[in-house]
Design a protein around this ligand. Structure first.
Ligand SMILES: [Zn+2]
Ligand SMILES: [Zn+2]
Ligand SMILES: [Zn+2]
Ligand SMILES: [Zn+2]
Ligand SMILES: [Zn+2]
Ligand SMILES: [Zn+2]
Length: 320
């Protein structure tokens, strides 16, 4: 008979109450959720012709977090085509600040050594004179201020060379390594002195220079206008540098010594400094330690080609 209602659930005839939805009719008891099998009263959701409790529908087809697998309700992060709870996304992909330990939001700084920290800490903590990290408890274990004002973190401080004998031993090693490049200074008497920064920045420095670490004091002895001898008064190096950094300074200063005793005279200052940096670079280039790489990095980024030069001028050095 036309007009007869047939249940879309069980296929039998319907008499009495029925549910009409999606253009079909159902016994109320046949109108059941395709997920849990229980009857649906009130609201429902439809999916590919099947009906569900709204909750069951969401359980089965709802957006799920790619980290925890949980349902996503409300805000979420869409990242590379997948959905995440904001917190789950942070935990999975967020970077923690090496200084405060919080997730980094906004601007950050990456150290040469790979750590990241919130940009604001750069003004909150002093920078280590050696490794350039912000000196703080979490990242460097704190630090120490030398009498000359330099702040050195504990990571660098642990390796620092304070002992003259140890420094001399390192200088002999550097001299031996430089022989490979035909830069032999082993026969030159060179007093080595470890000094505070204040000693290096004293008299005659041309402007404030970023990373002053050593200095070579030379002397030309004359009789009348005749040169009668050349001596190295001293190499001054900063005390409290870790060995690799000390090697760096020594290679540079020994470069000045070599140029001086070879009588490679009258090089423009920037050329001589560039050469000495090159000598230091040669010393480090084959080393893979992070400290050696950092020294190279410093050599490369140094904005001032004459950063460590304080030659005693001809007049000042011509003494007997
Ligand atoms: Zn039915
Ligand atoms: Zn259900
Ligand atoms: Zn999640
Ligand atoms: Zn931070
Ligand atoms: Zn440091
Ligand atoms: Zn120099």
């Amino acid at each position: 008979m036309s007009g007869e209602r047939v249940c879309a659930g069980c296929g039998r005839r319907i008499t009495g109450y029925y549910v009409q939805t999606l253009g079909r009719d159902w016994h109320p008891d046949c109108f059941r959720c395709a997920a849990c099998g229980k009857p649906i009263e009130g609201q429902f959701a439809e999916h590919n012709g099947a009906v569900y409790h709204p909750r069951c529908h969401q359980e089965r087809f709802g957006l799920r977090c790619a980290v925890c697998g949980g349902l996503i309700e409300g805000q979420y992060v869409n990242y590379e085509g997948r959905a995440y709870h904001p917190d789950c996304h942070k935990q999975q992909f967020g970077k923690r600040c090496a200084v405060c330990g919080e997730y980094i939001e906004g601007q950050y700084i990456q150290t040469f050594w790979g750590e990241m920290y919130c940009a604001r800490h750069a003004v909150e903590y002093p920078e280590c004179y050696i490794c350039q990290r912000p000196v703080c408890k979490r990242l460097t274990g704190g630090g120490k201020q030398y009498q000359d004002g330099r702040v050195v973190c504990l990571l660098c401080r642990k390796q620092a060379v304070d002992d003259q004998e140890q420094a001399r031993a390192i200088m002999r090693q550097v001299q031996a390594q430089m022989v490979r490049y035909d830069l032999d200074t082993r026969q030159v008497p060179i007093p080595l002195e470890m000094v505070p920064l204040t000693r290096l920045t004293a008299d005659g420095m041309a402007g404030p220079l970023a990373r002053l670490q050593g200095q070579t004091l030379k002397q030309i002895a004359t009789r009348g206008s005749q040169e009668v001898g050349r001596t190295i008064e001293a190499i001054l190096v900063l005390g409290g540098l870790p060995p690799t950094y000390l090697e760096n300074v020594l290679a540079h200063e020994l470069g000045h010594v070599w140029l001086f005793v070879q009588r490679i005279a009258d090089l423009p200052e920037d050329v001589e400094e560039g050469l000495c940096n090159l000598f230091a670079y040669l010393l480090h280039q084959k080393k893979t330690s992070p400290e050696a790489q950092h020294c190279i990095h410093l050599l490369e980024e140094n904005p001032d080609p004459v950063y460590c030069s304080r030659r005693t001028g001809p007049a000042a050095s011509a003494s007997r």
